[in-house]
Ligand binder design. Structure first.
Ligand code: NCD
Length: 323
């Protein structure tokens, strides 16, 4: 019998069974996004606190929309507008939120480990929405859902991850997740962003300096966002990055003909990805966004809804629609 999830802090500590359970539970919520009336009453009366200590647009909107579509209310904390600027500590801020009695807290923070720190101290379920350079579990789950849908299965793909792997929590969560499902992972990017330690994150991971070699035979290509503030001379000029690592249509032809291209967003067209690839049929970026809603609905439901893991799925119960 599957254990109820208490928190979702990282992919590393989830079992393959738990990951598959979340993906299967996301499926009916994915179909639900196509309904003309997109609101359930499943979490009516529940409150989800969104504590974003780091700038975020898409992930915050995705969680807020997921909560709204389940009928939950949200409490919003954004770093810019809060007393964090006045020097309040993380734990005081989240204890203040907790005192307003939310049923779950979604946290994004620039420090690795911040969601775990909070989860150990509060009695509320915590979902990590991205912590420093550590993990971004919901991103890896929505990527896995997109891969499974587009390619028919999750197991045993050749996965190439391109870009600034060192600083990327998206890369780390994806390596943990896909590594648990037999992926052969190839990392490719400037040498300073590809330290050897990364190979320990998933069995059989290799680092390849040349993009042509890294793309050869790839089934799934994950293009990471390049933080423009990290690209500057003399270390690395934007032109050098484009020449060395941009995913162009010509380079994409080196991968499998049906290779799937993913990007967590926001995409910088013309830097890490050529617009012809971003807008092409192999790119799954918009499906990733829709799947993000489905995965986040599934997690909010399971963490805050209180239903047993084998309860009938809320998106399949018509009588559950909000009035
Ligand atoms: C990612 C993040 O913030 O970790 N974006 C996202 O959640 N949509 C990737 C990134 O910004 O590099």
């Amino acid at each position: 019998m599957l254990q109820r999830l208490q928190h979702v802090l990282a992919i590393e500590t989830l079992s393959p069974e738990q990951i598959l359970f979340i993906l299967d539970q996301s499926k009916p919520f994915q179909e639900f996004q196509r309904h003309p009336l997109k609101k359930l009453a499943t979490l009516r009366g529940k409150t989800v606190a969104l504590a974003f200590f780091e700038a975020s647009t898409r992930t915050r909107i995705s969680f807020a929309t997921a909560a709204a579509r389940l009928g939950a209310d949200t409490m919003n904390l954004q770093a810019e507008s809060s007393s964090l600027k006045k020097g309040e500590s993380l734990i005081d801020t989240v204890r203040t939120l907790e005192a307003m009695r939310p049923d779950g807290i979604v946290i994004r923070h620039s420090s690795s480990g911040a969601p775990e720190f909070v989860a150990e101290r509060l009695g509320v379920p915590v979902i990590n929405a991205g912590d420093g350079m550590h993990e971004h579990p919901t991103q890896a789950l929505l990527d896995a859902l997109t891969i499974r849908d587009r390619k028919g299965k999750l197991e045993d793909w050749n996965v190439t991850i391109l870009g600034d792997i060192l600083h990327s929590r998206v890369a780390r969560s994806n390596m943990h997740l896909l590594g648990k499902f037999g992926a052969k992972i190839t990392l490719c990017g400037p040498a300073m962003w590809m330290p050897q330690e990364l190979e320990a994150l998933a069995p059989g991971t290799r680092r390849v300096p040349r993009i042509e070699e890294a793309l050869d035979g790839a089934d799934v290509i994950i293009v990471l966002r390049v933080q423009t503030e990290r690209i500057h001379e003399p270390a690395l000029a934007a032109e050098e990055y484009i020449l060395g690592y941009q995913l162009t249509a010509e380079r994409l032809r080196l991968a499998q003909p049906d290779a799937l291209v993913l990007h967590p967003g926001p995409m910088i067209r013309g830097l890490e990805i050529d617009p012809a690839v971003a807008d092409g049929p192999q790119c799954g970026v918009l499906e990733q966004v829709t799947n993000g809603l489905a995965v986040r609905m599934a997690l909010l439901y399971h963490l805050t809804g209180g239903a047993p893991v084998d309860a009938p799925h809320p998106a399949k119960e018509r009588s559950n629609a909000a009035d």
